[in-house]
Design a protein around this ligand. Structure first.
Ligand code: AMP
Length: 495
């Protein structure tokens, strides 16, 4: 039987300000990666995770299998902080490896939550990593804990290990299917046994997952940019509701769920995925540029210069500028050595983060009527600070154009948008937001405009093409934990 040789848990466990046991969230928005059969499996995984760094900057981990043992390294921090060292890669020997980058969330910033998770099951070791968020993990967990299950983490992903372990089926893949039939919500999973690399995408395909090939070996990754970095060929997206089982004999594709229409998360195109990635048949960059063009059609403005909020507002600003004919300039310079705004756990530090991250480029702003283009407004922190920065740098007028509709509803599928009260557009009218931000005019892309940017005539309200609950409140799955819980504390059953 396989065992975990080195679980990498050498640091003192650290907690965030919030006690993870009493946090109201069990969220994971992350990047996943896997390699089957390559002599440099761990090094390729480290590179893949590096390309997926934008999907999670809080922690990273790799588990490999070397024919005898599973080896694991997990660390808080950026991929490059730890996994660029040859000494680390040397500890992760073997031709099979999976890896994970973890997104900052409110609770649970502790080493034992860092993925890939690993368990020694009856038939051998099983390691798993997850991008997404399960909407019934707490309810399932509560039941299992009552029946004696001992949890090692506060991550929703651990439920999959427990369910696989408890399945009465005999074959591993059947156990895995048994497990994922019980979970709800969003998941792109990459799992590893001593013989198999497994990829699974939830029935709606909410989070992305792709299959690639390098030197005859198969690769799984959240996004194609992680294939590009290692020179792997993109083969195809994993389909919604599909499981791929990769062994020495090749790729087996299984469809254990009734076939339903895919509804990938539209926010991947707006903010989350990297612009150079091809997600479900569309280049993210192209979509973002088209959102800018559509915004210029819907909310034109007379101005001297189009300025993107870097980096995520850049493609939309180019689209806006090209359509409107107004020059595009870099009026804000971004410091790339500071993490994403949301990485900071408190609102106070988050506000500071915006200043650390962006500076006005006075030569392009002073004495000008400017159009600021950003991809989205969540709490409004970024826009408020940046608008002030533009006026301080001498802007005559500031017009804000947002290349997505107002975010009015929280996310339960792994994008860590906050609770509804903190969402600016959920609690304020357009005019109130304009006043708070202090801009001359403010406009958001319409929901139909967003769908037009994706090549549709508009949103199909009877059968929506994407998961767009942040804008519409239309949640595509049941929200068992949210609706079925009387006590908001996630582990209240322990009290
Ligand atoms: P806020 O300052 O709260 O309004 O956040 C808006 C900014 O955060 C925009 O510039 C986006 O590029 C970025 N953003 C949007 N969604 C997210 C997310 N889920 N995580 C981190 N940053 C985000």
């Amino acid at each position: 039987m396989s065992y975990l040789k080195n679980d990498g848990v050498t640091d003192t466990e650290q907690t965030t300000v919030e006690d993870p046991l009493y946090s109201d969230t069990l969220r994971e928005e992350c990047g996943v990666f896997g390699v089957f059969g390559h002599p440099d499996a761990a090094a390729l995984t480290a590179l893949g995770l590096h390309a997926l760094q934008h999907r999670g900057q809080e922690a990273a981990g790799i588990v490999s299998y070397d024919g005898k043992h599973f080896n694991a390294e997990r660390r808080l921090g950026l991929v490059g902080d730890h996994f660029s060292r040859q000494s680390t890669i040397d500890k992760l020997s073997g031709r099979l490896a999976i890896g994970h980058t973890r997104y900052s969330t409110t609770g649970g910033t502790i080493l034992r939550n860092v993925q890939p998770l690993f368990a020694d099951l009856a038939d051998g070791g099983f390691s798993i990593c997850h991008n997404g968020n399960l909407t019934n993990a707490l309810s399932l967990r509560k039941e299992l804990v009552k029946r004696g299950a001992i949890y090692q983490t506060t991550s929703d992903t651990e439920i999959v290990l427990h369910l696989v372990s408890r399945s009465p089926r005999t074959r591993f893949v059947e156990k895995f299917i048994d497990a994922i039939r019980q979970i709800e919500g969003a998941y792109s999973l990459v799992g590893l046994t001593n013989k198999k690399l497994i990829g699974a995408r939830d029935p709606l395909g909410i989070r992305p997952l792709v299959l690639g090939q390098l030197d005859g070996c198969y690769i799984l990754a959240s996004e194609t940019c992680a294939l590009d970095i290692i020179g792997a060929k993109f083969i195809r997206d994993i389909e919604n509701g599909e499981i791929v089982v990769i062994t020495k004999d090749g790729v087996e594709s299984l469809h254990p769920f009734p076939k339903v229409k895919a509804r990938p998360c539209i926010f991947e195109y707006i903010y989350f995925a990297r612009p150079d990635s091809l997600v479900d048949g569309r280049y993210v960059y192209d979509v973002r540029k088209l959102t800018g063009k559509q915004l210029a059609i819907e909310a034109p403005v007379e101005a001297d210069v189009i300025i993107p909020v870097p980096d995520s507002g850049v493609p939309a600003a180019i689209g806006f500028a090209q359509h409107s004919g107004i020059p595009f300039e870099l009026g804000i310079i971004r410091n790339h050595y500071v993490g994403r705004t949301f990485i900071e756990p408190t609102q106070q530090i988050r506000s500071l983060g915006v200043k650390l991250k962006h500076s006005a480029n006075r030569s392009q702003v002073e004495g000008k009527r400017i159009v600021l283009v950003d991809d989205s407004v969540v709490r409004g922190t970024t826009s408020e600070k940046i608008v002030r920065m533009m006026y301080d740098a001498g802007a005559l007028e500031v017009h804000l154009r947002v290349a997505s509709p107002p975010i009015k509803f929280p996310d339960y599928y792994g994008i860590d948008t906050p609770n509804q009260d903190s969402l600016l557009a959920a609690t304020h009218s357009l005019e109130e937001m304009r006043e708070i931000m202090g801009v001359n005019t403010l406009a958001f892309l319409s929901v139909d405009g967003l769908y037009k940017s994706m090549g549709f005539e508009g949103r199909d309200n009877l059968a929506p093409q994407f998961t767009d609950h942040c804008f519409t409140g239309d949640y595509p799955t049941v929200l068992t934990d949210k609706n079925g819980r009387s006590d908001p504390r996630q582990l209240s059953f322990l009290a």
